[in-house]
Design a protein. Structure first.
Length: 339
């Protein structure tokens, strides 16, 4: 177990951010921890990513991110803004100061027992950082970029959903409902992992990072002097399935009664609204044109089974109680109503 004790000042500074670089890190863990076949919904994506690693030599150094149980945090720095691009995060990686590397490495390795793969970051820092950043970029372009638009939309909705919960109910409620492997018993946040470590966060910031690939690894960062960062599994990973079959045991009704009642397109939208979503997010998830989704939403709004709410500059759609009832009773599937 990883136990992180948070003081009140750290807890009240809880924030949420996305991280393309951490998506790279955890996607590599998905491959590493499932050497034969990755679980659904990662199965099809994983086959593609393995071909990328096998056929694109430039990606090889990216594997350094998953060497050992924990690598120094400078290899995958935490996001320093709410929505950084991969280019921005790689620029920060390339610019890692020598003093940061010198400070972090002794926390993981004795100076007289530095592994060969880590030595270049000490002896030839800039060349090693550039080599790693170039490899991450090559891997990203071939293995993740084709899915990124849909991933980005799903992550945007996840951040909006969690930010709304944070604003309405505070960090205690947010952490209590974060993930089944993240447990909150104030003041200790526990990450269910095989390691046994304990940290104290005093007068820092807690940064939550939702990841599509977090099933590969529940990651955390405690090396930053001002920020403790923790990842968790974002909803929406099913977008990676790309037509791969659902896991055994997930029954698909022979006759889709919900589609018969409201139409196939509207049934798709209703099922996708098990949590609040934007028009763009629904379009990316369902593979439909935004205009088609807008048309379906308009009809569902008129019918009173869907509501719309503005959150900042975005409009989120969610299910009304009547919509929940439709999906549960007519759609033949369980559903937890979204807030």
């Amino acid at each position: 177990m990883i136990r992180i004790e948070l003081d009140e000042a750290t807890l009240t500074r809880t924030r949420i951010a996305t991280s393309p670089l951490w998506e790279v890190l955890t996607s590599l863990y998905v491959l590493q921890r499932n050497p034969s076949e990755a679980p659904w919904p990662y199965t099809g994506w994983a086959r593609h990513a393995r071909r990328v690693l096998a056929e694109v030599p430039a990606t090889a150094p990216a594997r350094l991110l998953t060497i050992g149980s924990r690598a120094p945090d400078f290899l995958s720095p935490i996001p320093t803004s709410a929505e950084p691009t991969l280019a921005e995060q790689l620029a920060e990686l390339r610019a890692t100061p020598a003093e940061v590397i010198a400070e972090q490495i002794p926390r993981y390795h004795r100076p007289d027992d530095l592994p060969d793969w880590l030595s270049p970051f000490v002896t030839n820092r800039q060349a090693a950082l550039d080599r790693l950043a170039d490899a991450i970029e090559a891997y990203w372009d071939a293995a993740i970029a084709p899915w990124w638009s849909a991933m980005r939309a799903a992550l945007d909705e996840e951040v909006l959903h969690r930010a709304r919960a944070l604003a309405a109910h505070g960090p205690d409620a947010l952490l209590a409902d974060l993930h089944d492997r993240v447990r909150w018993e104030k003041p200790v946040l526990t990450l269910v992992k095989p390691l046994e470590q304990h940290f104290e966060a005093v007068d820092q910031r807690l940064l939550l990072v939702p990841l599509i690939f977090s099933r590969g690894a529940l990651t955390y960062s405690t090396d930053h002097p001002e920020i403790v960062a923790i990842s968790y599994q974002a909803r929406g990973a099913a977008l990676l399935a790309e037509g791969t079959p659902a896991p055994q045991g997930r029954a698909v009704p022979t006759t889709d009664r919900l589609a018969v009642l409201v139409g196939r397109g509207r049934a798709q939208v209703l099922r996708a609204l098990t949590r609040p979503a934007t028009t763009a997010g629904l379009a990316a998830t369902l593979g439909l044109a935004p205009s088609t989704v807008s048309e379906q939403l308009s009809a569902l709004l008129t019918a009173g089974v869907v509501h719309r709410r503005r959150v900042g500059r975005r409009v989120l759609y969610g299910l009304e109680p009547a919509g929940v009832a439709l999906v549960q009773l007519i759609g033949d599937e369980p559903l937890t109503a979204s807030a």
